[in-house]
Design a protein around this ligand. Structure first.
Ligand SMILES: [Cu+2]
Length: 281
C-alpha cells in the first residue's frame, strides 16, 4: 500500500513538472509573438512609471522566487518518514517581528515612491498653451470633442442630448459654435507630437476608464464630473485607446484610435472638420 502511494506521488509530480515546462514554453513563445510586458513607450512621463514598475517587479519577483525555493526545500526536507514525529513549535516572536517589519518597510517605500510619482504626474498643471481635447465614454465607444478655434468648449447639458446633438452641446453658448465633435465611435483622436496634450474626460452613462497603454495613461471617466489627464506624446503613429473599467457586456469592444502627428497636420485636419454651427441647427 505504502509503495503504491509513493508511485502515485511520483506520477503527480512528473505531471506537474510537465505542466510547468509547458506553461513556461507557451509564455516564452507568446512573448515572442505578442511582445513582452509593457508596450513600447510613447510619452514623456512614462519612463518614470516604467522604472518604478520594473523596480517593483524585481523586488517582488526576487522575494517570490526565494519564498518558493524555501517552501520547496522545507517540504522536501521535512517530508513524512517512518518514525519521524512532528515538532511542536508554537511561535517565535523574533522571527515573526522580522517577517512583519521587513516587508512592511519595503512595501511602504514602494507605496511612497508610487504616491510621489503619481502626484507629480497627476497633480501638476499642464502648461497654458497645451493642446486640449475632450473624450466621452459611452457604452461601448468613445466620443470626442475639440474646443475649436477659440480654444473654449461650449457648455453642455444632458437635457439637450438628442439624435443630432449626442453630447448635449448648448448651441446658445457662443463658445460652442466652433466646437468640433464626433459622436461615439465615429472619430479618431488626433493630437500633436512633442506638445502637452490635456484630455478632459466625461461619461454619458457608467464609469469608463481612458487607457492608452503606450502612453502609460489611465484615468477614469465618471458620469457627472470632469476628470483630467495630461501627457506629452513623444512618438508619431497610431495608438490604441482601450477602456480599462469593466463597463458592461460590450466593455471589451470599447476601443478607439489615437493618432499622433505634427501639430500642423492636426490643425489642417481640424480645419477640415464640421463644427457645431454646421451640424446642429
Ligand atoms: Cu467602458
Amino acid at each position: 500500500m505504502r509503495r503504491k502511494r509513493g508511485q502515485m506521488d511520483g506520477v503527480v509530480l512528473a505531471l506537474l513538472l510537465v505542466l510547468l515546462v509547458l506553461a513556461a514554453a507557451i509564455t516564452v513563445a507568446g512573448s515572442k509573438k505578442f511582445g513582452w510586458w509593457l508596450r513600447p513607450l510613447a510619452s514623456e512621463h512614462g519612463a518614470a512609471i516604467d522604472r518604478l514598475f520594473v523596480t517593483t517587479l524585481v523586488i517582488t519577483g526576487v522575494v517570490f522566487i526565494l519564498v518558493q525555493l524555501l517552501l520547496a526545500f522545507l517540504v522536501f526536507r521535512y517530508r513524512g518518514e517512518a518514525g519521524r514525529r512532528a515538532v511542536f513549535y508554537p511561535d517565535n516572536p523574533r522571527l515573526e517581528l522580522a517577517w512583519t517589519i521587513v516587508p512592511a518597510v519595503i512595501l511602504t517605500m514602494l507605496i511612497l515612491s508610487g504616491g510621489r510619482l503619481w502626484s507629480r504626474i497627476q497633480l501638476s498643471s499642464p502648461p497654458p498653451d497645451a493642446f486640449v481635447v475632450e473624450v466621452w465614454g459611452q457604452q461601448f465607444k468613445w466620443a470626442i470633442r475639440y474646443p475649436g478655434k477659440d480654444g473654449k468648449f461650449g457648455r453642455v447639458d444632458m437635457r439637450l442630448i438628442s439624435g443630432d446633438n449626442p453630447l448635449g452641446i448648448d448651441t446658445k453658448d457662443p463658445a460652442s459654435k466652433d466646437d468640433i465633435f464626433f459622436p461615439a465611435g465615429e472619430g479618431e483622436l488626433h493630437v500633436p507630437v512633442n506638445k502637452p496634450v490635456v484630455v478632459y474626460l466625461r461619461s454619458k452613462d457608467v464609469i469608463h476608464s481612458f487607457y492608452v497603454p503606450h502612453f502609460r495613461v489611465k484615468q477614469d471617466a465618471v458620469p457627472g464630473m470632469v476628470t483630467r489627464v495630461w501627457f506629452v506624446p513623444t512618438r508619431k503613429g497610431q495608438f490604441e485607446i482601450a477602456c480599462a473599467e469593466l463597463c458592461g457586456q460590450g466593455h471589451y469592444t470599447m476601443r478607439g484610435i489615437l493618432i499622433v502627428e505634427d501639430e500642423a497636420q492636426v490643425q489642417e485636419w481640424l480645419a477640415q472638420q464640421s463644427t457645431v454651427a454646421d451640424l446642429i441647427p
